[in-house]
Design a protein around this ligand. Structure first.
Ligand code: PAF
Length: 283
């Protein structure tokens, strides 16, 4: 099967309708392009479930809080299509900005209760932009399942809440974070790291993992866990920690004591690159 590259809502709707009438279930993998093995895993999950898999590639301008970040987010559509084809995706949907936000576009989707802390506290409007575009993409593709990475765990919590609150008939599937050999979470932003920064970057995961071990060894105090992680990160002067929190794994809200599954979630800057990561800690 060859992968179709489609640019308009009408084209993708008609391809999906055809697949559906042939009895296929539809899976959707929303992305912003610059695809890597982490996205590859999301596509694999959908393809292996036997779905007609639609990968959306759209650098969504309304979710960027900094223009430099948007401008640096160069997509490489031909390489992205190759990766999708190699993984067996049926369609790559790459709409234009005008196609998604025609003149007069006036709606926003927001989940304020889950967007105040962590990344939401540092990236004003980011999650409104994410929820809005994901609601649109899910309405365009109308998949039975949509796949998101656990690396963006707050995004995932917000999308789950939105899908439940708006009765979207879609199963939101979360896929564990893909990692490099040294633990660094796969991210399109890793490409921006200098060689020296790339060597330091895995420390973020190593520090979070030390926090997880602390919980595994019985600590139930978020402040104590935070101290363990911060001590490791602060020993590396190149890192500037933006936030580090112990949050409940479902809603990603701070906890006062650790009595349910939590995630330790962090954002840190290395030079001009912002990295995020989190680890799940089961109790
Ligand atoms: O995680 C991403 O790549 C984006 O935030 C998403 C979900 C595709 C929305 O633009």
């Amino acid at each position: 099967v060859s992968t179709q590259l489609l640019y308009t809502v009408e084209e993708v709707r008609s391809a999906v309708a055809k697949a559906r009438s042939a009895g296929r279930t539809i899976g959707c993998v929303p992305t912003m392009g610059a695809l890597h093995a982490g996205h590859g895993a999301l596509i694999d999950w959908s393809v292996e479930a036997g779905e007609f898999t639609v990968v959306t590639v759209f650098v969504n301008p309304i979710q960027f809080d900094r223009k430099e970040d948007y401008d640096a987010y160069a997509i490489s559509l031909p390489a992205d299509v190759d990766l999708c084809a190699a993984r067996g995706a049926a369609v790559v949907f790459a709409p234009s900005v005008e196609g998604m936000y025609p003149e007069g576009f006036a709606t926003a989707v927001e989940v304020p209760a889950l967007a105040q802390n962590l990344c939401g506290a540092f990236r004003p409007g980011h999650f409104r932009g994410v929820a809005t575009v994901v609601a649109k993409l899910l309405n365009i593709v109308q998949p039975q399942a949509a796949y998101f990475g656990e690396k963006d765990a707050q995004q995932l919590a917000i999308i789950r809440q939105m899908a439940a609150d708006l009765n979207l008939p879609v199963r939101i599937v979360s896929v564990p974070t893909g990692r490099e050999f040294d633990g660094l979470a796969l991210s399109s932003r890793n490409r921006r790291l200098s060689e020296a920064e790339r060597r330091i970057a895995p420390l973020l995961y190593q520090a979070l993992d030390a926090g997880r071990r602390k919980i595994g060894n019985g600590s139930r105090d978020p402040a104590e866990v935070q101290r363990v992680v911060l001590t490791i990160l602060e020993a590396e002067p190149a890192f500037r920690v933006e936030y580090l929190e112990v949050v409940d794994a479902r809603r990603m809200q701070a906890v006062e004591s650790i009595h349910e599954d939590v995630r330790i979630a962090a954002a840190a800057w290395l030079g001009s690159t912002r990295l995020i990561d989190n680890v799940l800690c089961r109790v």
